[in-house]
Design a protein around this ligand. Structure first.
Ligand SMILES: NC(=O)c1ccc[n+]([C@@H]2O[C@H](COP(=O)([O-])OP(=O)(O)OC[C@H]3O[C@@H](n4cnc5c(N)ncnc54)[C@H](OP(=O)(O)O)[C@@H]3O)[C@@H](O)[C@H]2O)c1
Length: 271
């Protein structure tokens, strides 16, 4: 199957101010010679990345400051992005997590997690699909998580939001199978990023560090798979095996063991 060609085409990346999104932007500019529209809330970080890329690479970078937790965030991002240039591909990467006991007092933050991780991603898929169909081509990469496959005590709402995103994207891909639009899902395991260091998992579940991946490696794998139009990509041997093995055990055992492993030693670890 013909590989995606990003050369001199515009790719929108959400959550590009840090971590995986930032690294995917660098890979797309460096290896694929793509022009980029980079989006997130922290404009100073996006401006720095734009400067860094444009100084060294012969590609163009545009910045959109956006809060995807706002009800109109996805719509505004879509309108602003297509006003900049014809968009060829979208990387739905922005995400947030919460690690700690699931309690009522964090409900507002849980709502934010669902808005960013699921609702905004869902809307961006639905906004770009008809746009790409009209253009006659287009590609979407949705970043979910290994947590999408397991109900995760202490990362409860995060896993639930990623699971919703995973199911939505898999089903959507089936509905649009013959549309000519490329729809891929990237399922990372643990990656060393701000999300990980801020969550508190690092200190509470030390063995987890053994199966973490560096963000540049995770980004290269994501873009390589996207280019090859791979529908679903799970990275890391541990996570690939885990994905396979959990199918053979009753769900309640999997949840029990996951809860034992992730139980914070220090009460609520985040916020
Ligand atoms: N790190 C891991 O272990 C891991 C594992 C599995 C999956 N993932 C997934 O990988 C993706 C990238 O995460 P990461 O690890 O690279 O974390 P990260 O370094 O914290 O990056 C998250 C990105 O999302 C953006 N973002 C957060 N809230 C936003 C909002 N309301 N509006 C717009 N942008 C927002 C952040 O930018 P601003 O703060 O500037 O807005 C940042 O650029 C996420 O979808 C995450 O769920 C990560």
């Amino acid at each position: 199957m013909k590989k995606l060609n990003f050369n001199n085409r515009w790719v929108l990346i959400t959550g590009a101010s840090s971590g995986l999104g930032r690294e995917m932007a660098l890979v797309l500019a460096d290896r694929e010679k793509a022009n980029l529209i980079i989006a997130a809330r922290r404009k100073h970080k996006l401006d720095l990345l734009k400067e860094q890329i444009e100084r060294k690479k012969n590609v163009r970078v545009e910045v959109i400051q956006i809060d995807l937790s706002q009800p109109d965030g996805a719509d505004r991002l879509f309108q602003q992005a297509i006003a900049i240039a014809p968009v060829y591909a979208v990387v739905n990467n922005a995400g947030i997590t919460f690690y700690g006991k699931t309690e009522k007092k964090h409900i507002e933050f849980y709502e934010e997690i669902v808005r960013v991780n699921f609702l905004a991603a869902m809307k961006l898929n639905l906004l770009f699909l008809p746009y790409f169909r009209e253009q006659g081509e287009g590609a979407i990469l949705n970043v979910t998580s290994h947590g999408a496959f397991i109900p995760m005590p202490y990362q409860n709402v995060y896993a639930a939001s990623k699971s919703a995103c995973q199911f939505f994207c898999e089903a959507l891909r089936e509905e649009y199978r013959n549309s000519g639009i490329v729809m891929c899902i990237y399922v990372p395991g643990g990656i060393y990023t701000e999300m990980y260091s801020k969550s508190g998992i690092e200190n509470n579940v030390p063995w987890n560090n053994l199966v973490m991946m560096a963000a540049p490696t995770a980004a290269k794998k994501a873009i390589r798979a996207f280019k090859k139009r791979k529908p679903l990509t799970i990275t890391g041997l541990f996570y690939k095996l885990n994905h396979l093995i959990i199918r053979f055990f009753p769900r309640k055992w999997v949840v029990y063991v996951t809860g034992k492993i992730y139980k914070p030693k220090t009460g609520n670890s985040q916020k």
